[in-house]
Design a protein around this ligand. Sequence first.
Ligand code: GLN
Length: 537
Amino acid sequence: MASAKYIFVTGGVTSSLGKGIIAASLGKLLQARGYRVTIQKFDPYINVDPGTLNPYEHGECYVTDDGAETDLDLGHYERFLNIPTSQDNNITTGRIYNNVITKERKGEYLGKTVQVVPHITDEIKRNMVLLAEKGAYDFIITEIGGCVGDIESLPFIEAVRQAKWDLGAENAIVVHLTLIPYLKAAKELKTKPTQHSVKQLLQEGVQPDILVCRSEHALPADIRKKLALFCNVEYSNVIEALDADTIYDVPILMRKEKLAERVLEKMNIKNPKEPNLDKWKEFLGKLKNPTDEISIGLVGKYVELPDAYKSIAEAFIHAGAVNECKVNLEWISSELLSNDNAEELLGHLDGVLVAPGFGERGIEGKISAIKFVRENKTPFFGICLGMQCAVIEFGRNVLDLPDACSTEINSDTKNPLIDLMEEQKKITNMGGTMRLGAFDCTIKKGTLAHEIYGDTTISERHRHRYEFNNSYLDKINGAGMLTSGKNALNDLVEIVEIPEHPFFIGTQFHPELKSTVLNPHPLFVNFVKASLDNKKE
Ligand code: GLN
């Protein structure tokens, strides 16, 4: 623990400035110099984790190998750094209080009044250093969610203040991300909101070491000087963060602004290695110079909010770059789809992905989309609920079981092709109780899945309560839908495919969660390739 250095990333002026991307980019730049880096996020809301939040509230729920349901920023950390994160990388106020209250009930504070300071702040600090106790890291970057000045983030900022004091100036620094708005009428960049947000931070006892300033326009020297003077940071520690074409440009932009150098200087690290960003730049080169383009339909029910499918969208960016192909995603609301308009809404697409989801809304549209792509030989990729819908569609239209359904949608169906997992039947609590995290899957040789993975044992991440009902296995296999991947321990069907079709695959797991810049997911890579081939035909 003593050897790790801590970088806290706070935000001011407004939310949605991209703290997660700045944290991930800084992490990338340090990692590119050979340092061992991890990133964690502290979220000030009361939910114990975001697993119980609607995607409309909070975007996608990102699942880690160890089955934590986390904030979508952890997806950025993994995609940028190519490292797995865990339960310890995302902590909420709810979790902190839950831990403290559980300890209190056990009598661990016996005789004492349990208070925000020191008990809650101590628990926050314990979680700040937990990663360093479990793994060997040179840098631990901690992103504090929300904005300084929010009531709910106060204990976290107080914990940062104390951590700086505990660890010393060279071992703990604060990078503060703010916004420099441009007033069109006055043709001026304005520093006042940043000054106020730094004042707020100072009022809470924290002097930021480095300012990262989001702006639509370059920051001239006089503005940087003003920011440095009024926010009490060195001139060179005012970093400009211009809007980028893609989030993957941000590490390069931060490299130009010397963000990592400033951090290393502040932490008194002499003569660091030069960063090696060759692979990253190679990826960017391919991403920015596609030789072809395709249109993929993403059929889901949260399409108004693309953040709900963040990891899927990013996995397509990675897979597109490998294929040197621009992937245009068309978001199609499953509620608008039916057998009658499927041709009109999907006919022009090169491939269709049916998204994960929960509940009844939009299910019939997903099934109509699958009927259309199965019959028209359009490349298809179904994830989790998307795979379950593919099985239902096959049951209804190939096995001729018109009432085939999932018991999630119709608990009385006579043909429950998808049914609640046995282990789920006695569960009543909603939080953290799905089948979560990484499990092994055994792949049959000679299948599309085998060709794609080039392996017979894989590990992928899950988040579901329902499963393929094995009592229909023979019928389904007999009619031409192959179950090409299974969990060897509990016989759960993990992958289905239709060998007769040019590319038709559904997975119970979420491959999108493991796609990174350096390791684009093979299922996405091959789906993009199949869609490109389909277009060329
Ligand atoms: N609702 C389905 C289940 O719980 C699918 C979940 C998902 O798509 N993540 O099994």
